[in-house]
Design a protein. Structure first.
Lengths: 349, 349
């Protein structure tokens, strides 16, 4: 499942400077973030649909307590996540995995840490009825809530034009359409790849070279740094941890969660995880599926050990971390939606 | 403490139509919302301060769990509140009172249901360290958190220009400055008062007349419908319930919370409450200090009984409720802030 990485020793270069130049300007290796993500045929984008999706994304009344929306854990004022190790849902209940950022999630071929949702649409169905997240009993309850807010009836009608358009499939289509606008272009890395030699610092360029040289790109490749292009619905997975025996694995409990096997029950999928994107990784601490590691530099150290079986020096860790900081893109301006109301009545029970 | 209300019988009118016209166009009685709220001399508005205040208002890392910001309970995507009977803070903990709307709070002369904070600045200090709200141990912890986010250091410096500007007094000044922009002008009522005769429906005009005639304006007077103009820091209070014995008082537990006496310990202040504004009341269900009444029409019914000792007919209740719907103003556009980050590190512990 792993991309082959051409070892540096076979590259036809004569000195360090030349090597650096060649590697850093290898356009097959480094790709800027595309302007737009893939859009499924059965859910084309439209302004009205994106607006509706934004409202639903910010809608806390899609939770049992009226306190938890998509944005609670995928906060668009922050890194598209919640700064927490594991998310906190209704009534202070805790999840077991770190909230992945929603920024650029539209470029993932599958969703969730274990890739169990084949699309943004399917992903959006999960948290609403997860008992430790938004906690509604089922999707029928969610739709009943939305139907109590006349503004949604109008908006769904406008977007989907059906006779009875307020249903879960349309709701998640709208949410996914909004999420497809949550793209962060123009990171220093992207600007460098597009020809601006000054976009990266000298250290960051060195980190970029090290990132390739050490083997990080075996998995973190492509414009999303999450692996080779995959058809939508098909995940790119790796075993984590790959190399056992490192003390950090126990210390941070990195092998307690069985990853894909946790939901599939298949032993062969134990500890398989979707390779996470490194886009905006500076904004999405803490790290790993259980959010156990607070510092990005520690995460880099651990990845070297558990995935490549190498001990990076403190200097190498620092330089690679500086490069990862260059993957922070520009967050678009987002106007807070004006959520519909039931005049003179609360729909929270 | 109560404004004198001229009884209708003494108004020099000859018929119902004339009476209605006179009452509805009595400019001493009906006032539009001012464009801007009072601003204290020691906290002048500035663009940069408002921006900083907005970030702090949306800042969940000002809570112990990283999940609760001012906006959690005073949601600007909704009615400036949370649709809940009583608010839910960190770890799902419950408060005891209904979150008042932050829209137009800048026009209140005192803050909180019991008026215990003399300014927006003082109010903002409370929830951050309330154990069932944002739950930080003290303000020193809050400031320590902010100082971990370099972007705040820069923003506070820009706004306050002091040597060590990140402190609680400056933080709440910024929050208050932002809140002074949260004004909702141009409600149908305001447009009517400003001369647009078509802004209110016939029913709403009738409700407006009834609202005056029945005595609601004894307390709910002025441009905010919360009493006579008071110097900043001075509250306008009423006893609630005033007339005992109505079954709704027990049913909705309206006399369990002792209001101002709860914090002051003074018996004389038992069941004294700040007269709440009726601005945007259609958006702020459920109602009363304990949020026990879900429907605005029921709240109108109860107010008639407990405050005026009159039984309004179903028709009168409906008509007055329709008038109250006309107090819904235009919510300004709000761009979501981009909160500062500590690169590659979470500040939530």
């Amino acid at each position: 499942m792993c991309l082959a990485l051409v070892p540096f020793s076979v590259l036809p270069v004569s000195g360090k400077a030349a090597l650096e130049t060649d590697v850093l300007h290898d356009s097959a290796r480094w790709q800027a973030l595309p302007d737009t993500p893939p859009v499924p045929d059965d859910n084309p984008q439209s302004e009205a649909k994106i607006e509706l999706g934004k409202a639903l994304f910010f809608e806390p009344r899609l939770s049992l307590t009226g306190t938890v929306s998509c944005n609670s854990c995928h906060n668009l004022a922050e890194g598209g996540d919640d700064s927490r190790a594991v998310s906190m849902g209704i009534d202070g209940k805790l999840g077991t995995r770190n909230a992945p950022t929603v920024w650029n999630a539209a470029f993932h071929s599958v969703q969730f840490w274990d890739g169990r949702a084949p699309s943004l649409e399917e992903q959006a169905k999960g948290p609403i009825i997860n008992p430790v997240e938004q906690g509604l009993k089922d999707h029928a309850v969610a739709i009943r809530q939305l139907k109590k807010l006349p503004g949604y009836m109008v908006a769904f009608k406008q977007v989907f034009g059906e006779k009875d358009p307020v249903n879960i499939d349309n709701a998640v289509k709208a949410i996914a359409a909004f999420e497809r606008t949550l793209i962060t272009p123009n990171s220093p890395y992207d600007r460098f790849v597009q020809g601006d030699e000054t976009a990266l610092s000298r250290t960051q360029k060195e980190g970029m070279r090290l990132f390739a040289q050490k083997g990080c790109m075996s998995c973190h490749s492509g414009s999303m740094f999450n692996g080779p292009p995959m058809p939508l619905g098909t995940g790119f997975y790796q075993r984590f941890p790959t190399y056992a025996g490192h003390e950090e694995i126990k210390h941070y409990q990195l092998d307690e969660d069985k990853g894909r096997a946790q939901t599939s029950g298949k032993d062969a999928e134990a500890h398989l995880w979707k390779v996470p994107s490194l886009r905006n990784v500076a904004l999405t601490a803490p790290y790993f599926h259980n959010g156990s590691v607070n510092e990005l530099s520690d995460a880099v150290d651990i990845m070297g050990k558990t995935q490549l079986n190498i001990a990076l020096s403190d200097n190498e860790i620092e330089i690679i971390t500086q490069f990862l900081f260059a993957l922070t893109g520009e967050r678009p301006e987002i106007q807070l939606p004006k959520l519909p109301v039931a005049m003179g009545r609360s729909i929270i029970e």
